[in-house]
Write a protein that binds this ligand. Structure first.
Ligand code: ZN
Length: 188
């Protein structure tokens, strides 16, 4: 269990603008005998030790994993946490170390398995290389479970709550200017 926060370089320890090494999770956290809300709107959980995340006992027991509960009171906080959780779940390929390792492996395989009949044809040789690289990615790329299910169910690769239609902005503005020519004069 990793419930106790231990600061580590390259994980949470970063340099601030005074060139001081500080924890970006702001450990040690504020200690309080009880959960609190102040008149000025500050709030926090009960915490008896400054290096423990605000863990939720029922999650710890039922899901058996460390957790870090957060009380969401603002749109900005909710937006940030939604992005964090979504990119975590959807395994965004933010850095390409994974796919580049897969491609390097595919390339090594390509070099180890020449096709003598293609030796005279650069084009076939290159085509085979691309074919093998694409297959390496196809076979070994880490995929998020929700994405796999979405493909298997034929739901496509995006989830949207709304249906979108293209709007041709220039036709829209020209219709607007025809109806309200004074807008055109103001824009110029
Ligand atoms: Zn830390």
């Amino acid at each position: 269990m990793e419930q106790v926060h231990a600061c580590k370089p390259r994980r949470c320890l970063v340099y601030d603008r005074h060139n001081q090494l500080v924890c970006k999770r702001r450990a040690p956290f504020q200690i309080s005998e009880d959960a609190f809300v102040t008149d000025t709107g500050l709030c926090g959980p009960k915490r008896l030790y400054g290096y423990v995340n605000s863990w939720v006992p029922s999650i710890l027991i039922n899901v058996r994993c460390n957790n870090d509960g957060k009380f969401l009171t603002s749109g900005a906080d909710t937006k940030n946490i939604t992005f964090y959780v979504t990119s975590y779940t959807a395994k965004k390929q933010g850095k390409n170390y994974n796919v580049s390792a897969v491609m390097a492996k595919g390339y090594a395989y390509h070099l180890d398995h020449p096709k003598p009949e293609y030796v005279d044809s650069v084009r076939d040789q290159q085509r085979l290389l691309l074919f093998r690289l694409v297959h390496s990615i196809n076979r070994e790329q880490e995929l998020a479970a929700p994405m796999v299910i979405s493909y298997l169910m034929g739901w496509g690769d995006v989830y949207r709550s709304h249906t979108y239609l293209p709007i041709y902005w220039s036709s829209f503005t020209s219709a607007l200017y025809t109806a309200f020519p004074e807008l055109l004069r103001r824009a110029q």
